[in-house]
Design a protein around this ligand. Structure first.
Ligand SMILES: [Ca+2]
Ligand SMILES: [Ca+2]
Ligand SMILES: [Ca+2]
Ligand SMILES: [Ca+2]
Length: 331
C-alpha cells in the first residue's frame, strides 16, 4: 500500500508530494532501544537487552534508521504468543516494521533456557499478524541465531511445550495431542482409530481382498434356502471386507432405511465329502459350515475387531455361541 502525502503551497501553487511505503512503521512504545542509521556498508546493532543484529554489506540498499528494542506482550499489535509455548525472551521489536533487506541479516537473541534438554526456537510476527517459527541457524550459549530478510517482532519460545499429551511427539508426528497412545511410534491396535498416525485406521487387521473370496457360488442351507455368495454379497448382505476365513457383512437396508447396527462378522469352515457311487464314480459334495459370530454392530471396525470366537470342532452339534453352525451345500 502506498501513501501519498501532498502539501499544497499557496504561493505559486506548488504541489509537493512524497511517496512512502506505509508498512514501514516505528512503534513509540518500545524500550531498551538502540537506534542507528545503517547504509550499504552494513552494521552490527546490539540492544541493551542483548539482541544483536548483524547486517552484512549490501543488505541495506537505502540508508535507513534501524532500531532494536523491546515491547510488552500486551502492546497493541503484538500477536498473542502461541498457547503452550512459554516465553523465553523479551519480545524484540526490530523496526521499522516492514523493513526488508537485500541479503540475509543475522539476528541473535538471548533466552532464559539453561536446561540443555529444552530447546529454544525463534518465532517472528508482523504487527497484527501471526507468529511463525523460524529455522534455527545456531545456538551459541544462552543465545539463538536465525537469519531473516524482514523486520518486525521476534521472540524466543520453548520447543516441545506443544506436546500436550506428553508422548514425546508433536506436529505431524502426533495426530492426536490428547491421546498419548497415538503417535508415529505407537503400534496399530484394532480399535477403529489410527494409532500410528499413518492416515489409516486398523490397517494391519483388515482383510486381504486382493485374493478371491474362496466360497463364492450357489449354496443351499440346511433350512432349504438358496444363498448366493459373490465377492460383493452374501445373500442380501453386502460384503464389506473379507479374508480367507472370515467375512464382514452389512445387513441389507430395511423398509425404513439404513439399519442402525448393520455390521456382522461371519466365519466358516469348508468340508468336502467324497463318496464312491455304485457305478464307481466319485461323488464330491461340498459343504460350508458358517457361524455369524458377532452381529448387530454399529461400525465396521466393531466387526473387524470383534474378539468373539467359534469352535469348529463339531459344527453340527454346537460351537457357534449356543447353537450349531449352519450347514450349506454347494448346488
Ligand atoms: Ca504429543
Ligand atoms: Ca499423541
Ligand atoms: Ca494407522
Ligand atoms: Ca487402530
Amino acid at each position: 500500500m502506498k501513501l501519498r502525502i501532498c502539501a499544497v503551497f499557496a504561493l505559486g501553487a506548488v504541489l509537493a508530494c512524497s511517496k512512502t511505503n506505509v508498512v514501514n512503521t516505528t512503534n513509540n512504545n518500545t524500550f531498551n532501544n538502540i537506534t542507528q542509521v545503517v547504509g550499504s556498508m552494513g552494521a552490527r546493532l546490539e540492544s541493551p537487552g542483548g539482541a544483536i543484529l548483524d547486517i552484512p554489506p549490501g543488505a541495506v540498499v537505502v540508508e535507513t534508521e534501524l532500531s532494536v528494542g523491546e515491547v510488552s506482550p500486551d502492546e497493541m499489535g503484538v500477536p498473542t504468543i502461541p498457547d503452550m509455548r512459554p516465553l523465553q525472551s523479551p519480545i524484540f521489536a526490530l523496526e521499522p516494521h516492514g523493513q526488508t533487506f537485500a541479503d540475509d541479516i543475522t539476528i541473535t537473541l538471548p533466552h532464559m533456557i539453561t536446561d540443555p534438554n529444552r530447546l529454544p526456537e525463534v518465532w517472528r510476527a508482523d504487527p497484527g499478524g501471526t507468529w511463525q517459527k523460524l529455522e534455527t541457524l545456531a545456538t551459541p550459549a544462552g543465545r539463538i541465531q536465525v537469519t531473516s530478510r524482514t523486520f518486525s517482532y521476534y521472540v524466543v519460545l520453548e520447543f516441545g511445550s506443544d506436546d500436550q499429551d506428553g508422548d514425546g511427539y508433536t506436529g505431524d508426528d502426533d495426530c492426536d495431542e490428547n491421546d498419548p497412545q497415538k503417535n508415529i511410534a505407537a503400534a496399530e491396535i484394532c480399535d477403529g482409530l489410527d494409532n500410528n498416525c499413518n492416515g489409516s485406521s486398523d490397517e494391519v487387521f483388515t482383510g486381504d481382498t486382493s485374493q478371491p473370496l474362496p466360497i463364492t457360488g450357489e449354496w443351499t442351507d440346511n433350512f432349504g434356502s438358496s444363498v448366493s455368495i459373490t465377492s460383493e454379497n452374501w445373500g442380501d448382505q453386502e460384503i464389506i471386507d473379507y479374508d480367507q476365513d472370515w467375512i464382514i457383512t452389512k445387513s441389507a437396508m430395511s423398509d425404513v432405511g439404513e439399519m442402525d447396527n448393520p455390521f456382522n462378522r461371519i466365519v466358516w469352515v469348508e468340508e468336502v465329502n467324497e463318496q464312491v457311487a455304485e457305478d464307481g464314480r466319485t461323488i464330491i459334495t461340498r459343504y460350508l459350515w458358517f457361524c455369524t459370530i458377532d452381529y448387530g454392530l454399529a461400525y465396521y471396525w466393531n466387526a473387524l475387531c470383534s474378539s468373539k470366537m467359534a469352535d469348529s470342532s463339531d459344527p453340527s452339534s454346537g460351537g457357534c455361541g449356543d447353537s450349531p453352525w449352519i450347514q450349506m451345500t454347494k448346488n
